[in-house]
Design a protein around this ligand. Structure first.
Ligand code: HEC
Length: 140
């Protein structure tokens, strides 16, 4: 029981500090050594915020905000495609493919929103969001 409490407590600390070292110190050191992986850590919280803002903008039919918020994620696309995840390092091609698909879905979302076709823009953004899920399932 004590052990469980200790584990839970350290898990909470890790989450609060924004660290992602599920497997302890050794793992964390490896992360620090890996700038590409660090970029992933830094990128993802922004992704979560931008995702919510794109959804809101699509609801409102606000294409300028769709473009601005999707643009934040699009700006990271070159880094995302080069990033190294924790898990499944043997599948770098799959990672890049998902990242590239995510990028093109976002571009499609922006294009459709700019044309004022928010029904299709929402569908395109749902495809992008499915890539979040797909990538996390394999690599997070
Ligand atoms: C190409 C792969 C890929 C895509 C696409 C992707 N993610 Fe991630 N995401 C990851 C990986 C890998 C991690 C674990 C990263 C880490 O260890 O810091 C992660 C972690 C996260 C986290 C947890 C971050 C933290 O530090 O607590 C959030 C939140 C997140 N992603 C949101 C999103 C959202 C929202 C999207 C889509 C709009 C998205 N991600 C798209 C690969 C991806």
């Amino acid at each position: 029981m004590k052990k469980i409490i200790a584990i839970t407590f350290s898990a909470v600390l890790l989450i609060q500090s924004g660290a992602f070292a599920h497997e302890g110190e050794k793992h964390e050191k490896k992360h620090k050594a890996n700038a590409q992986m660090q970029k992933l850590h830094d990128m993802m919280p922004m992704f979560a915020a931008a995702q919510a803002n794109v959804e809101k903008a699509l609801e409102k039919g606000d294409s300028a905000s769709v473009e601005a918020e999707a643009g934040k994620m699009l700006a990271t696309a070159p880094d995302l495609k080069k990033a190294k995840p924790h898990k499944n390092l043997k599948l770098p091609k799959t990672f890049r493919n998902i990242a590239a698909g995510f990028e093109s879905d976002l571009k499609e979302t922006v294009e459709l929103a700019k044309k004022g076709d928010f029904t299709k823009a929402k569908a395109a953004f749902q495809k992008a969001e499915a890539k979040c899920t797909e990538c996390h399932a394999k690599f997070r």
